[in-house]
Design a protein around this ligand. Structure first.
Ligand SMILES: [Zn+2]
Length: 383
């Protein structure tokens, strides 16, 4: 009996070690792939230009994974050292809080959730296991922690003056966003809680229809609900930026009709360039640009069809042709359970590909970062 107890105890400990220690980094490694490649060739001209550029990226999901962001890692796409090595000056870090099982671009319902198991396995605080709001607050707190440990290397940007401070010095500027506004849990008062935690970019939907309206990959295709309209108005009045990535086309139209504030599509491709169900119509993209909006071009196959440096450059060049150079930015979706052709440290290869693609220097500077930096300086709360 004593032996049986000892064996059962040992098995339990081994099981716990596998679940809590071995599994999470394995999942991270398997989900956030860097496509194998020989070292990229970057010309001296491209290196010199890249050095001068403040790179900005509208979307990465680093906060979902238990990599210490202050240290360099061999898995996933981003951490502070790799972002800085790649010349990134501004990064929007987005919280994923609920994803359906068997996630796809065509149709998902809200009935299941894979993030619960991930939260438990990664030893997130117990309060996050059953609350989507708590998951968003917890991920915001990871940026607070990064700011504490990174010294002068990182600023958790909540205002235009924070961003200006980062631009004046050596720090990387991190802006906090949510991927879908289900963390509101149907209560407008939670916008204030999230604002106080640093939220400045509010994505409305992710892979399923939520309290605010239809997802591009949901079941209804619906527009903004009454709650969604109130949430957009409240967020905009608070000085947040609305992100319509993953929203149904009707939600995008409803948001554009509500006010004159520009929106972003933080990570996407262009339908006329890559006919994927992940992408909304070119006409709607033009309307977003006409409203002063910004389109973040992604790096993965579901958005741009060909996930290579040349493929990303091709999508960017198409976007510039469609909406004009002032409205195009980067939206990598690094660490968003995608396979990318390079990690953040290798971003100079994209500058190289844009030169090869024939873009001039002002256009390359604009899409690689200047547009996004200008947009946030103009649209974040002043102080
Ligand atoms: Zn996404």
């Amino acid at each position: 009996m004593k032996t049986f107890g000892a064996i059962a105890g040992a098995l339990l400990i081994i099981g716990a070690v596998i679940f809590f220690v071995v599994l999470p980094p394995r999942v991270d490694d398997r989900m956030n792939v860097v496509i194998e490649h020989a070292p990229y060739e970057v010309s001296a001209e491209a290196h010199a230009l890249h050095e001068k550029i403040h790179v900005a990226d509208l979307h990465a999901d680093m906060l979902l994974w238990m990599r210490d962001p202050s240290e360099r890692h061999a898995r996933g796409h981003t951490d502070l050292p790799r972002l800085r090595e790649g010349g990134v000056k501004l990064q929007v870090f987005t919280a994923v809080t609920k994803t359906p099982k068997n996630l796809n671009y065509d149709e998902n319902d809200a009935g299941s959730d894979d993030i619960t198991l991930l939260a438990v396995a990664q030893r997130w605080p117990i309060r996050t296991w059953g609350s989507i709001l708590e998951r968003a607050l917890y991920q915001a707190s990871r940026l607070d922690r990064l700011e504490r440990v990174a010294g002068d290397d990182f600023i958790f940007v909540k205002s235009a003056s924070d961003l200006q401070r980062a631009l004046n010095g050596d720090a990387l500027a991190g802006i906090y966003g949510i991927e879908g506004a289900h963390p509101l849990e149907g209560d407008l008062a939670n916008i204030d809680r999230l604002y106080d935690a640093g939220l400045r970019v509010m994505g409305l939907q992710h892979f399923f229809d939520n309290e605010l309206g239809g997802s591009l990959h949901g079941k209804s295709g619906a527009g903004l609900t009454d709650f969604g309209k109130a949430a957009v108005d409240t967020a905009v009045a608070r000085g947040m930026i609305v992100d319509v990535a993953h929203s149904s086309e009707q939600v995008v139209r409803d948001v554009l009709a509500r006010n004159d504030k520009p929106v972003i599509v933080s990570h996407t491709g262009l339908k006329g360039h890559c006919d994927s169900p992940r992408n909304i119509s070119d006409t709607l993209m033009q309307e977003i640009a006409d409203h002063g909006g910004l389109i973040g071009v992604g790096f993965w196959d579901g958005a741009i069809c060909t996930p290579t440096p040349q493929g990303i450059a091709g999508a960017i060049i198409y976007a510039v042709g469609l909406v004009g150079a002032d409205h195009v930015a980067l939206g990598s979706d690094f660490d968003g359970t995608v396979s990318a052709p390079f990690d953040a440290s290798e971003l100079a290869v994209l500058t190289n590909a844009l030169i090869q693609g024939g873009l001039d220097e002002p256009t390359i500077r604009a899409v690689m970062g200047e547009n996004a930096i200008r947009f946030f300086l103009e649209n974040l709360p002043a102080a």
